[in-house]
Ligand binder design. Structure first.
Ligand code: MG
Length: 370
């Protein structure tokens, strides 16, 4: 599988917006972070390289496993991108404008599928407005045929070493694709995204804010049951609880984490854990359910969802669980906030007879409307 360095060009002064737009915030996140967060959860991306203005320092908080490196730019865009390319280590690079916060993981994947050793790829959109050329001196207006004309977006994806040569040879090119074409290389295209617009002038920021702050909310439901038997460990929310009875299952049988994973996946409209991590697959024998939850979070985050809240009820006659509530909630807080309740089953049904433990969970997920 090919590996990619994701370079975010945030070295400009953003004078057209009257400030450094790449560090302006959009729904609480700086502009550059929107694509960085997205790239960090995209399969194949091994590192994020953020190119910041010359002479500045920045040590951002970074919650992802994929490393983020910050490098300084140069006096021109080409020099900034070159610094990023030289700091990169992967064979392929995706060069992206910090000022395009809404590029999706789907676009990244389309580009990755189209790039090859000898061809770069750019996302394009057909020009939909009629075009005019206005002469600087006279103000004379003439019409331009828009047939066959496209606008270019980012990320632009290339084999790294060849791009370094191209950018060095053509430092005044408007973008990496232009330097690439000037060097005589093949350039391919994939469909761009209307939402992947560049925040350039003040009105763009108003539109971006309106989009970033429009969210949809969904609720997912999860349910699970495991037999309660002697000689097994009892693990709830990743916490080992001393008990003569434990839960039976193919994995660690963490009934709470299982119900929560299904609630989270359900809210995101994704398949359940039985489908994603089948018991027939030996990799999940004795699996640590928190590890599976990490994978679930990666999947839902990749779709743009964040988990805002979860509520769960464990039904168990034995053992008494109340005193463990805080530790369990704390353990799960690495993923999201959980409200946890315990119910005895009043001696009724199988959980009431101490034969099993059940858990019901709901999760609320939010996503920016795309
Ligand atoms: Mg289960």
């Amino acid at each position: 599988m090919r590996e990619y360095s994701f370079i975010i060009a945030a070295g400009g002064q953003g004078t057209r917006l009257g400030g450094r737009k790449q560090f302006m915030t959009l729904a609480g996140r700086e502009l550059w972070r929107w694509s960085a967060d997205n790239a960090a959860v995209t399969e194949g991306v091994r590192e994020i390289i953020l190119v910041i203005p010359q002479g500045e320092t920045l040590t951002p908080e970074w919650p992802h496993d994929v490393p983020l490196r910050v490098v300084n730019g140069g006096s021109e865009r080409a020099l900034s991108v070159l610094n990023g390319l030289n700091a990169a280590t992967c064979d392929y690079v995706m060069v992206h404008d910090a000022a395009r916060p809404f590029a999706t993981g789907e676009l990244f994947r389309r580009l990755m599928d189209a790039v090859s050793e000898d061809a770069g790829v750019v996302p394009v959109l057909p020009v939909s407005d009629a075009l005019k050329r206005i002469e600087g001196g006279t103000g004379k207006v003439s019409c331009v045929d828009r047939d066959g004309l496209y606008i270019t977006q980012t990320p632009q994806v290339f084999p790294r070493m060849r791009l370094i040569e191209a950018v060095r040879d053509f430092p005044s090119a408007k973008d990496e694709a232009e330097a690439w074409c000037n060097s005589g290389h093949v350039l391919r295209h994939v469909d761009g995204e209307r939402m992947n617009f560049k925040v350039t002038v003040g009105d763009d920021m108003t539109i971006a804010r309106a989009l970033a702050e429009r969210r949809i909310t969904r609720t997912g439901l999860g349910w699970d049951v495991h037999r309660l038997v002697p000689g097994r460990r009892l693990i709830l929310g990743g916490v080992r609880i001393e008990s003569p009875l434990g839960l039976l299952g193919h994995s660690d049988a963490d009934v709470l984490t299982h119900a929560l994973m299904d609630a989270v996946l359900g809210g995101a409209g994704l398949p359940d854990i039985g489908t994603l991590f089948p018991a027939s697959d030996d990799r999940y024998h004795d699996a640590d359910s928190l590890g599976l939850m990490r994978e679930v979070m990666r999947l839902v985050n990749a779709e743009g969802w964040t988990v805002e809240f979860a509520d769960a009820v464990i039904t168990a006659q034995v053992p008494r669980l109340n005193k463990h509530r805080e530790e369990i909630v704390q353990s799960l807080s690495q993923f999201f906030q959980v409200n946890l309740k315990f119910k005895s089953a009043e001696g009724l049904d199988d959980s009431g007879r101490g034969m099993c433990m059940t858990c019901r969970a709901v999760a609320t997920l939010g996503r920016v409307i795309e």
